[in-house]
Design a protein around this ligand. Structure first.
Ligand SMILES: NC(=O)c1ccc[n+]([C@@H]2O[C@H](COP(=O)([O-])OP(=O)(O)OC[C@H]3O[C@@H](n4cnc5c(N)ncnc54)[C@H](OP(=O)(O)O)[C@@H]3O)[C@@H](O)[C@H]2O)c1
Length: 286
């Protein structure tokens, strides 16, 4: 199978590219990483041309603008990539019988009563969530698609830091870190996410799947667990409320996802936070 990973230089995309690439022909794209083919989702004609040339059997789309506060301040610029860029890919898939695997988020829910199941009613509270939902609705029109919803992904990442890897870097430098006690997620180990994505593709599954860890936990407690597993001083973690962080985009109070459907259908057990962090610790010098 020839699988195109759009955004192979990104966090999730880099794991997808390497895990899928072990068993299939994987082709990666990036807007800036020169080791991949250049593809900008906002350049519609050029993107269509590249797709027609590569002729993939499946396209993984973890790419897009993911900075919530940037998106809140720049809705039309980010919408061009996140929504219209996705539409362009979906149009190609429809015309060319190509499977589309689109990565979405728990941010499509309002965050008042998470963790959420696949069939809970979406009601995004941020521009990022609205764009993700709009893109999902375009992808759902296809005959052959998978929408993978996930929450608070963590793991080592060479290029851009996530909540956990940023925390580790700051704690290593002896810095204090503010962590909100009122933002709950279900942290997702990036390797589980990539492995589950490959299994979904290989099984020929169609539909919406939550892929997330089993622990429903707030950012402060995530940080405390990081201290325990990586032997940092807990006193460096300062519990705060979301209000104190003055973030532009609204964050969910109770976000997160329940991944029972994927665990059952794929026969997988997704790692809890402690197990995922231990996995990171064992990889840190590799
Ligand atoms: N991180 C989380 O906690 C989280 C939680 C829920 C859902 N998600 C979703 O999961 C997916 C992966 O998230 P992530 O954190 O791994 O993302 P990420 O590291 O921010 O990577 C996003 C990628 O998108 C690419 N990109 C940005 N603009 C582009 C454009 N105009 N054309 C083509 N590519 C473009 C970037 O490409 P370059 O290589 O070109 O820089 C980057 O590789 C996203 O869809 C995100 O919404 C993430």
């Amino acid at each position: 199978m020839r699988v195109l990973v759009i955004g192979a230089g990104g966090f999730t995309g880099s794991y997808l590219f390497s895990i899928i690439g072990r068993k299939h022909e994987a082709i990666g794209t990036s807007t800036q990483d020169k080791s991949f083919r250049k593809l900008d989702l906002a350049e519609f004609n050029e993107t269509s041309k590249i797709l027609k040339e590569i002729k993939p059997n499946a396209i993984c789309l973890p790419a897009g603008i993911t900075n919530l506060d940037y998106i809140e301040k720049n809705p039309s610029k980010s919408r061009k990539t996140n929504v219209l860029g996705t539409k362009n890919i979906a149009d190609y898939c429809k015309e060319n019988k190509c499977k589309l695997i689109f990565f979405s988020s728990d941010a499509i829910f309002d965050g008042n009563k998470g963790p959420y199941l696949e069939n809970d009613a979406p009601n995004p509270a941020s521009e990022y969530g609205r764009q993700k939902l709009e893109a999902e609705n375009l992808v759902k029109e296809l005959d052959d698609f998978i929408i993978i919803r996930t929450s608070s992904i963590y793991g080592w990442n060479k290029r851009k830091l996530n909540f956990v890897s940023r925390l580790i870097e700051e704690l290593r430098n002896g810095k204090e870190v503010k962590a909100p006690i009122d933002q709950f997620y279900t942290p997702t180990y990036v390797i589980d996410l990539a492995n589950a994505s490959l299994k979904l593709i290989e099984k020929g599954i169609i539909g919406i799947y939550n892929i997330s860890g089993p622990d429903f936990i707030n950012r402060y407690d995530i940080a405390v667990n990081v201290c325990k597993i990586f032997h940092f001083e807990k006193k460096l973690i300062i519990p705060v409320k979301s209000y104190d962080l003055k973030q532009t985009a609204k964050r969910p109070k109770y976000g997160g996802l329940i991944s029972k459907k994927a665990a059952k259908e794929l026969g997988m057990k997704f790692k809890g936070l402690k197990e995922g962090l231990k996995g990171m610790r064992s990889m840190q010098n590799t």
